[in-house]
Design a binder for this molecule. Structure first.
Ligand SMILES: N[C@@H](CCC(=O)N[C@@H](CS)C(=O)NCC(=O)O)C(=O)O
Length: 217
């Protein structure tokens, strides 16, 4: 039975679709809108947080992008989710990133992007300042690491790279000062040479995100 990956163009579902397409994982792709009142009950039954991505396999839902990426690697028989001696190093970057760099990007993107797209209230400038301060601290550490090697773990891309970069494709909206960190900017450009990262939705049915009022779509 084929697994189904429920997704949208928002950051975490985008990440899951990028992983699946990078690995040519054996999944069917289905666009979803879990917060739409007509679909809420169905998605709450699949995921108590109501969020996507969700991977449904043999009727069993798996939620949380990191878990889905692990499963997609298994399904594709890939070590994109590293195995053996390299695995702790990859998990180190996923774990650290979620607490620091990714979290900082998320905070700023939420205020400038998600809240504005979905009319969730005005920008909270204190949250932006907090996010930018966290970004500065984390970006220094990430930049130092990426000035010594091209990819976070070993000498080729792993899931840690994709996870760390979750919000970078949304930086036109978030406006984080990536260019101030040359090794991060170079790594982001390297990621963009991977077709599945650059355009995960190529050929898929995935409507655009709602526009941000006052910006060009
Ligand atoms: N911790 C979760 C976060 C999932 C999440 O926040 N998903 C958001 C998008 S980033 C969502 O479901 N939004 C509704 C939508 O995209 O329609 C994960 O890593 O998967």
């Amino acid at each position: 039975m084929t697994a189904t990956l429920y997704h949208s163009r928002n950051p975490n579902p985008r990440l899951a679709v990028a992983v699946a397409r990078h690995l040519t994982a054996p999944v069917a792709y289905e666009w979803a809108s879990p917060f739409h009142p007509d679909h809420a009950a169905r998605f709450l039954a699949l995921n108590p947080t109501q969020r996507i991505p969700i991977l449904v396999e043999d009727g069993e839902p798996l939620w949380e992008t990191d878990a889905i990426a692990c499963r997609l690697s298994q399904l594709a028989a890939s070590d994109f989710w590293r195995q053996g001696r390299d695995q702790p190093d990859m998990i180190r970057w996923i774990s650290w990133g979620k607490e620091t760099f990714v979290r900082a990007c998320d905070m700023v993107h939420f205020e400038r992007g998600t809240k504005q797209r979905y009319h969730l209230g005005p920008i909270d400038h204190a949250k932006i300042s907090e996010g930018l301060a966290m970004f500065t601290e984390a970006a220094a550490i990430l930049n130092a690491h990426l000035s010594r090697q091209d990819w976070l773990t070993g000498n080729r891309p792993s899931y840690a790279d994709f996870r760390m970069a979750t919000f970078l494709p949304f930086n036109d909206v978030a406006g984080l000062p990536i260019a101030d960190h040359p090794a991060i900017a170079a790594w982001a450009a390297r990621l963009n040479t991977l077709p599945a990262w650059a355009d995960p939705f190529a050929g898929l049915d995935a409507p655009p995100l709602p526009p941000i009022p006052g910006t060009k779509p």
